[in-house]
Design a protein around this ligand. Sequence first.
Ligand SMILES: Cc1ncc(COP(=O)(O)O)c(C=O)c1O
Length: 366
Amino acid sequence: MIEPEPLQLIGQTEVRFRRRTLVYFSGCDYFRLSRAPQLAAATRAALAECGLSVAASRRTTGNHVLYEKLERELARFFGAETAVLLPDGYLAGLAVTQALAGEFTHALLDEFAHGALADAARMLACPVKTFTHRDADDLARGLAKCGPSARPLVLTDGMFSHDGSVAPLRAYLKILPSSGMILVDDAHGAGILGRTGRGALEYAGVSRSRVIQCATLSKAFGAYGGVVLASRALQKKILTHSRVFVGTTPLPLPLAGAALASLKILRNEPGRRKKLFQNLTWLRTDMQAAGWNILETPGPIIRLPDLSAAATSALKARLLVAGIYPPFLKYPGASAGGIFRFVISSEHRPAQLAKLAGVLAAFKNS
Ligand SMILES: Cc1ncc(COP(=O)(O)O)c(C=O)c1O
């Protein structure tokens, strides 16, 4: 079987799997906003008022006031000059590199960067080299090889979803020549990291002057769609030169309505982020006390150290017996054999966290 088995979400923190209801520590709907009644209401209202689809590119007859409103609100939320919507997060980085094709002489890509960024890098029409994951020293060596007249673009995820680690953007900016820029795919950091949830840039304390941030609305925001947080100059280039912007139908209008509702929640309810990180800290501390070597990464993701095939099967079985879906993934790049990756949500209840901690502690000490 190549396709994973289907799962059906039940409420906010459980899934239906093989006729059982199991606690779910996976998916990246960190606040479970896709289940929030406010998003459902906004989706219904936008559907009734505006219909399902504009059925045309925004460059022809497919622009709509709802897209413009969402772009204004996204720019405000992230503190950016403008925001440009794309049909999904995968296309956001591609829109940037199509718009900037020919402007850079070299692309330097984190070796574990998401496939979306690897594809985006190819659009730049310049050589693409990888550097060691999150390693500013290796990036510096790569930059030195580009030569004194280079105009490099560094491409990296903001928060890496295999373990919740974050790209050291401040260190990268220190070694980047003034002609260089960084493109950050912040699909996982946006809405989560930083004092107000603006993402990896806010977490690192760096400005937007030489960093372009793109994100998805399908994870922390619980809706759907992609966004580039752009200067006015970049916005203009995307609108005119990016084939994926010019040649696609934008996201369905009800989902734009849902994204507006989720922005309102994230702005007005900072307690959700507090709860998310309380849950993360509680579980991680408990696991460390039980003897697990767990990295203290900033994101709400706990990756177990790699296990043997036999230990992997045994842990999967124990989780299933305890009523927990085993979140074991084959992750491109991060680990050949696959990893257990527990994604924490603000909505997990103390008893669910305690149940997981109990299984993991018993397994560790068996
Ligand atoms: C780092 C990263 N970039 C891009 C994407 C694609 O976003 P979307 O699902 O909105 O196309 C994902 C989603 O899985 C992701 O994890």
